[in-house]
Design a protein. Structure first.
Length: 226
């Protein structure tokens, strides 16, 4: 299909980046399957502005968060590139940005939320990284048992010891639930079922195994890396 340059009206074919007659940047003019950066509505090729909110349409690839230095793609949860420390955000591919395009870039800036550790400690769904898993199986149980020892040593009466024994027994149930839930999510992080934790010494391996890159069947990468 033949198109006309908006600057000099010369003909150009689909896929041309610059006009061979006047040098006009055709990538600003011809956008395949454009999308509105604000409402994310898709439009037919060659449509310029969104009918809903009037924003100038951009290519779908322009809305993917990338590192400002190495241009590596990341999920919306990452703020800085782990490779070079570059800021991650929505970048426009066009070399010559107009004031309109700069305004679009500001409108499409994604407010990313950094994944929080222990957001759902008793859930068996999702994924967690090695750091959260290590804290779960070492530090928190240690604090729990030290607290129990302190309470036990401080109890002198027999009746108090009986009540304390009941309390320790009951409170141990959520601790076990927490450990099984966290281990299950760590299994998910490397692409395996939570039942894998029943394999001898597998829980030790989880301390060293790296996360499965990108999104898997259990959820997004907890590191936010695609």
């Amino acid at each position: 299909m033949i198109y006309n340059c908006p600057s000099c009206d010369a003909n150009f074919e689909k896929g041309s980046n610059f006009c061979e007659n006047c040098g006009y940047n055709l990538s600003e003019f011809f956008i395949e399957d454009p999308v509105c950066p604000k409402c994310k509505m898709k439009y037919p090729t060659n449509t310029k502005y969104c009918q809903k909110d009037g924003c100038k349409l951009v290519s779908p690839t322009d809305l993917v968060p990338r590192c400002s230095i190495c241009k590596q793609e990341y999920s919306e949860y990452v703020k800085f590139c782990p490779k070079d420390g570059g800021k991650v955000g929505v970048l426009l591919n066009n070399r010559n940005q107009t004031s309109q395009q700069k305004q679009i870039a500001q409108q499409t800036q994604i407010h990313r939320v950094k994944p929080v550790m222990f957001a759902r400690p008793f859930s068996f769904e999702g994924r967690i990284r090695r750091t959260e898993y290590a804290i779960s199986i070492f530090i928190l149980p240690l604090i729990y048992f030290m607290l129990m020892i302190a309470l036990t040593s401080g109890s002198r009466h027999s009746s108090s010891k009986e009540l304390l024994g009941v309390f320790i027994t009951i409170s141990f149930i959520p601790v076990l639930w927490f450990l099984f839930a966290q281990t299950t999510k760590r299994c998910h992080d490397i692409g395996n079922s939570g039942w894998y934790q029943l394999i001898p010494y597998y829980t030790i391996w989880l301390l060293f195994a790296d996360s499965e890159k990108g999104k898997n069947q259990y959820g997004d990468n907890p590191k936010g890396i695609n």
